[in-house]
Ligand binder design. Structure first.
Ligand code: NAD
Ligand code: ZN
Length: 348
């Protein structure tokens, strides 16, 4: 089968012929139809300190995907409701099932999480094998592009729905695909004003289309000005940090109301100082967010998309480019350029 593979511990990727993966007794084998590109895949292409510490080549990369189940392991009956022919999206975090958190039903904080396309072979290939319980069965008529981005949509949903949203004024820093989808979710979930920041006008335009009320290009404007324009005297109630940029978090903290709550999804490259005095005296809650709740986040996003054509359209609008897998190098270059929303690859 075709497989986009990290062949050795060095920069680069290659589309090579690899044997099809073997479906274990508790697994499903999926014929991949579409797959989304994520920042992690760009890191994997590059080979940096993070990849050197986490990845053992050869490795098939890719973890955002949608496809059709072609084989179900012998022992799956009774542990997962998934059948040959089902269309599924994949939950890319494979958990152990026996650590303290797993046993308590908090699988998103499993201490032994292994990631599809990072710690085990991934989905930028004709076939991928995952535990059957990691397959999320989708409606048969779901748009395959949309099916391929449930993983990052889940990151956006997990962060945005961390606290009650109705009537809140929301500040999102970072209008990458996840920030844009978070704006769409916040709109759907009843936020009052949604303000989003980035340094890219292209991406800020996507966010406005997806439901944000105001966009701030922090390369030339300040959030305080937008806050004034919106008539917010006291600051934002909720912050969703989706850039990983220390300057973005600093400016967010400066523009929050007392008692505000912040979900930190963006992953900074290095440690950095923050204004702890303000966090403490303003009683600001900062909470790290990782992955998706298994499977509350999946239920929430599926239900919201099922009943809201507006949300479906807003989320779909984040997909700006689609390439056949043979043009994977163009797909990666486009994703790296930043002049895009979500980039997907077509394996069908
Ligand atoms: P992305 O890199 O496409 O988007 C980040 C955006 O932040 C970019 O558009 C960039 O221009 C913008 N940005 C840079 N500096 C900024 C600043 N000072 N102020 C505001 N915006 C700024 O990434 P994405 O796929 O949308 O993911 C968002 C973040 O979430 C990334 O940091 C990613 O690593 C992280 N992530 C975390 C998890 C998790 O489970 N915690 C999962 C997926 C992604
Ligand atoms: Zn566990």
């Amino acid at each position: 089968m075709r497989a986009l593979t990290k062949l050795s511990a060095a920069p680069g990727l290659e589309l090579v012929d690899r044997p099809e993966p073997v479906c274990g007794p508790r697994d499903v084998k999926i014929r991949v139809l579409r797959a989304g590109l994520c920042g992690t895949d760009l890191h994997l292409q590059q080979w940096d300190d993070w990849t050197a510490a986490n990845v053992n080549p050869p490795l098939i990369i890719g973890h955002e995907f949608y496809g059709e189940v072609v084989q179900v392991g012998d022992d799956v009956e009774g542990i997962a409701e998934v059948r040959v022919g089902d269309r599924v999206s994949g939950e890319g975090h494979v958990v152990c099932g026996h650590c303290r958190n797993c046993r308590a039903g908090r699988r998103h904080v499993c201490i032994n999480t292994s990631s599809v396309g990072v710690n085990r072979d991934g989905a930028f290939a004709d076939y991928v094998v995952i535990p059957a319980s990691n397959a999320w069965v989708q409606p048969a008529d779901l748009d395959p592009d949309l099916g391929a981005i449930f993983d990052p949509l889940g990151n956006a949903t997990h962060t945005a729905l961390q606290w009650p949203m109705v009537g809140e004024d929301v500040l999102i820093t970072g209008a990458g695909p996840i920030g844009v989808m978070a704006a769409a979710i916040a709109r759907h979930a009843g936020a009052r004003y949604i303000c989003i920041t980035d340094v890219s006008d292209y991406r800020l335009d996507l966010a406005l289309q997806a439901g944000a009320d105001c966009a701030v290009n922090v390369a030339r404007e300040r959030i305080a000005g937008a806050q004034q324009d919106l008539g917010l005297k006291e600051g934002f109630d909720l912050g969703l940090e989706m850039s990983g940029n220390p300057a973005a978090l600093a400016e967010m903290i400066d523009n929050l109301n007392h008692g505000a709550r912040v979900g930190l999804l963006g992953i900074p490259k290095a440690d950095f100082p923050i204004n702890w005095g303000r966090v403490i005296t303003h009683m600001i809650t900062l909470k790290g967010i990782y992955g998706r709740e298994m499977y509350d986040t999946w239920y929430a996003m599926s239900s919201m998309l099922q009943t809201s054509p507006t949300l479906r359209e807003a989320v779909s609008s984040v997909i700006t480019h689609r390439f056949p897998v043979e043009q994977w190098a163009d797909a990666f270059a486009t994703a790296r350029s930043g002049e895009c929303g979500k980039v997907v690859m077509d394996f069908s």
